[in-house]
Each structure stands twice: as structure tokens, then as C-alpha cells.
Ligand binder design. Structure first.
Ligand SMILES: *Cc1c(COP(=O)(O)O)cnc(C)c1O
Length: 468
């Protein structure tokens, strides 16, 4: 272990300080006016370290973290793309507003919301957006609440079911359940698309909506979307679009034109806000013509949502401009197909058709050497081994349709050279799996922590330093 990989408590030496100020501890209670009975009698057991120890401690911690600013992050169903720093800068300069500021001082802020609403409407084909939801799942819940409100206002009270494809992101059924709706699953067919024949009998007067992602979670475009939309509308239900991963569509196709009535976007995936650290995010919800009257009926958060995220999104869209915005969808699709085609000899490709922004392998290709036996390493082993080469692992064991799923989404922001380097490493790992699978099974070899017991880490997290 490197010296500065130690916990800050382990660096501590009694009496060591990182400042030089007159001792005011005696008079602290008097100075602050706090009742002395409320003051601590024993000093807090804080680490006693110098300034340089503190700086090294935090700088080293920050370097243990893998981010899109440190390397390639091909995480499927999550769009980990590079966020241009200029958008960060603009957000930092202008986001300095207080939610309780008088409205007369917020004309510029209002203009930002208006412009962003118009831009997102142009990109998605929706009529109007609400910016209150603070995350993708929050947007889903809001969208479903709007759908329920729409049906109720028409006196249509029996619609309590939501149809969700088996390939859907886990938040879809979860949001429907939180909204008090019953979830009905629709199967995918052999080509990975929603099975239209299975969908037909599910539609009826008790269905409020179908939630879909297009391209779906396998990265495949639901080419039957137009006929699905007519079927659903004929049955009196609405179409909800999960636009968390809008990347492949930006500037190419619009959910509004496909027949979707309500959708959310993840500004923190597609529109330049970094994500993965737990926020802040934004999941604005857009509605089509039918729901314009209900879009402001659900007050799902205080104030106006996360303004700094809106600023980044607007700056991002305006920086790209009308012409370049069309390259987002095209390049993210081209890059995914490039990696898929380059690796399909080493990894099992269950659905070989052209993909959109992401695709799924089902583990390593069978080892041909002794009559097609199973490969000597699992998807987890491949993911762990990638860390040794400085790449973040793809999404693994999701979607659940394949047992050894490896889901790769390169995004449009990666260069050909970066992708080639990743492809080389993936081939190399596949080679190792044949010749020396133990190297994979014991990976990673270069990270501070190798293979923690993930269940124990989640169930019994150790969040406090024990001074024993
Ligand atoms: C990320 C994601 C969500 C959820 O978004 P959060 O902001 O994490 O709540 C929903 N659907 C899909 C397809 C996603 O990729």
C-alpha cells in the first residue's frame, strides 16, 4: 500500500495541526453566544494532520475515482459521455440565483427556461416541458401522474395498468408501482423488439399507458413503433417514452413524431451534466398536444428544479447549434456499430443486427479450441480485467435477457483511436481467457481494492472509523 492510501485517521499524529491561530477555545462559548451546557466537553476526535497531509489525502482519494474525465467509460444504458467544460463554466457563472429571489430580478432565468423548453421541444417533437422533476425516475413518476390525471379528467377511471416491455430499465416498473399502477409485462421477440402479437391481447379499457424506450435497452430501434402507437391509441391508452438515453435520436428522429404522448429526458445523461455521483440531475417531462393542459398539474418538487443543470443543457445545445446537433445521434450510432463489428469474433453477439447507440454481448465467444467448450472466464472476470488496462467496465449482467450480458455504449465523444485502444484490449482479454484464464479470474491486479464482497458491502457498509 502506498503511504497516502491510508485513511486520514491513520495519518493522524496527536498535536499536529495545519494552521496557526491564537487559542480561543476558552472563550469560544462566550464569543459564539452558545449556552455552555450545549458545548462539547471533550474535543471531537478529528484527525490531527498538517495541511499538506489533508491536500494529499483528498487529491489521492479523487484519483482513486474513475470518471469520464480520466478515461473511456463505455457504460451501456447510461450514456457516460464527455461533458464540455465550457458548459460547466457557463453554469457556474449564471447559476448564482436564490429560489426566493423576487421574480422581477429573474427575467434572464425565465428566458433560460423558455429557450430550453423550445429547444427540447424542437429536438423531441413534444409540445411543452415541465422542469420540476429532478431525475429520470422522478420524471417517469411525473409523466405517469400526468397520464393518470389525463384519464381522470376525461372521466376514464378504470385505467390502472401500465404495460412495460421485459427489456425495460428497472425504474419503469418501479415508477409505475410508486404511482399506484399495476404492471403488465410484454415480451420481446427473438429479434429483441417488443412482440406486437403478444401486445395486442394486453390492450384494453383498463390500460393507462405503455412505457417504451426506443432504441430499446438492447440498443435496437423498435421499427414497429408506428403500428404499436396506433394500436395503443385505438385502445384509449397513451404512450410514454423513456428518453433517459436520448443520445442516438438527437438530431435524427423525434419521439413526438413516432406517436409518443409523454416523455422524460435525463439532462444528466444526454445534455452535458456529469452523472454517476448521485446528482444533482434533472428529468424534465415533455408532453404532446393531448396533455398540454395537464402538464403543470403535478407539483413534484419545490421551486423550479435544478437550474444549474438547465443552464448546462441550454449551453450545450446552443454550442452545438442546429447543424452539429444532428451529429450526436449519428456518431453515437456509428461508434457503437464500429465496436460491435470489431469485437464480434471474440465475444458472443446474440443479436447481430445494426444497433443504435449501444449493444449487448453475451459473454466471451465459445472457446473453439476443444470443440466449442465454454470460455474459461465470466463476464465479471472480463469487466474486472478491463480495470487493469485503465478502462471503466461496461454495464454487466444487464439487461437480464442474457446470462452473461456485457452492454457497451461508447457515445459520440470518443475518438477512433480511443475506441481502437479499447478494442485491442478486449481482444487481448479474450485471448487471455483462452490461454491463461486465471489472470482474469484474479483480476483486477492494479486497483486499491480488488473484488469486494458486493453483497456484504451493500448490506453492512462500514461508514465510521473505529478508533480501536
Ligand atoms: C438512467 C435511466 C433511467 C433513470 O434515470 P435516473 O436519473 O437515474 O433516475 C431511466 N431509464 C433509463 C433507460 C435510464 O438509462
Amino acid at each position: 500500500m502506498r503511504y497516502y492510501d491510508r485513511l486520514v485517521f491513520e495519518l493522524s499524529k496527536p498535536g499536529r495541526v495545519g494552521f496557526s491561530l491564537p487559542d480561543a477555545s476558552e472563550g469560544l462559548a462566550a464569543l459564539s453566544g452558545i449556552d455552555s451546557r450545549l458545548m462539547r466537553s471533550v474535543p471531537a476526535r478529528l484527525p490531527e494532520v498538517t495541511e499538506v497531509d489533508v491536500v494529499r489525502h483528498y487529491t489521492n482519494l479523487s484519483q482513486m475515482n474513475f470518471g469520464v474525465d480520466t478515461g473511456f467509460y463505455p457504460l451501456g444504458s447510461c450514456t457516460m459521455k464527455y461533458n464540455p467544460k465550457v458548459n460547466e463554466e457557463i453554469s457556474g457563472v449564471f447559476a448564482d440565483v436564490h429560489p426566493l429571489q423576487p421574480e422581477s430580478t429573474l427575467k434572464g432565468v425565465k428566458t433560460v427556461y423558455d429557450c430550453l423548453g423550445k429547444s427540447l421541444s424542437a429536438i423531441t417533437g413534444m409540445k411543452k416541458f415541465t422542469f420540476l422533476p429532478c431525475a429520470g425516475a422522478h420524471g417517469e413518476l411525473t409523466g405517469l401522474m400526468l397520464i393518470r390525471e389525463y384519464h381522470l379528467r376525461r372521466g376514464d377511471t378504470a385505467r390502472t395498468k401500465v404495460i412495460v416491455p421485459d427489456s425495460a430499465h428497472g425504474t419503469n416498473p418501479a415508477s409505475a408501482a410508486v404511482c399506484g399502477l399495476e404492471i403488465v409485462q410484454v415480451k420481446s421477440d427473438a429479434s429483441g423488439l417488443v412482440d406486437v402479437e403478444s401486445l395486442k391481447p394486453l390492450l384494453g379499457p383498463d390500460v393507462a399507458a405503455i412505457m417504451m424506450t426506443n432504441p430499446n435497452t438492447l440498443g435496437l430501434f423498435e421499427s414497429n413503433i408506428k403500428s404499436i402507437a396506433s394500436m395503443v391509441h385505438e385502445a384509449g391508452a397513451l404512450l410514454y417514452y423513456d428518453g433517459a438515453n436520448m443520445n442516438p435520436l438527437v438530431g435524427v428522429a423525434r419521439p413526438g413524431d413516432m406517436g409518443f404522448d409523454v416523455m422524460h429526458l435525463n439532462l444528466h445523461k444526454t445534455f452535458s451534466t456529469p452523472h454517476g455521483g448521485g446528482g444533482p440531475g434533472s428529468g424534465p417531462v415533455g408532453v404532446g398536444e393531448k396533455l398540454v393542459d395537464v402538464v403543470d398539474s403535478q407539483k413534484v418538487s419545490g421551486f423550479h428544479g435544478n437550474f444549474a443543470v438547465m443552464l448546462r443543457a441550454l449551453a450545450y445545445i446552443l454550442m452545438l447549434g442546429r447543424q452539429n446537433v444532428g451529429m450526436v445521434g449519428r456518431l453515437s450510432t456509428l461508434n457503437a456499430n464500429y465496436i460491435k463489428e470489431s469485437l464480434k469474433d471474440s465475444f458472443k453477439l446474440p443479436i447481430p443486427s445494426v444497433c443504435k447507440h449501444e449493444f449487448v454481448f453475451d459473454g466471451l465467444a465459445d472457446d473453439g479450441s476443444d470443440g466449442g467448450s465454454r470460455p474459461g472466464a465470466s463476464t465479471l472476470d472480463v469487466a474486472k480485467r478491463l480495470l487493469d488496462f485503465g478502462f471503466h467496465a461496461p454495464t454487466i449482467y444487464f439487461p437480464l435477457l442474457f446470462h452473461q450480458a456485457i452492454m457497451i455504449e461508447p457515445t459520440e465523444t470518443e475518438s477512433l483511436e480511443t475506441m481502437d485502444a479499447f478494442i485491442d484490449v478486449m481482444h487481448k482479454i479474450a485471448e487471455e481467457a483462452k490461454k491463461d484464464p486465471e489472470v482474469l479470474r484474479s483480476a483486477p491486479h492494479t486497483t486499491p481494492v480488488g473484488r469486494p464482497d458486493e453483497t456484504a458491502a451493500a448490506r453492512n457498509p462500514i461508514l465510521k472509523y473505529s478508533f480501536e
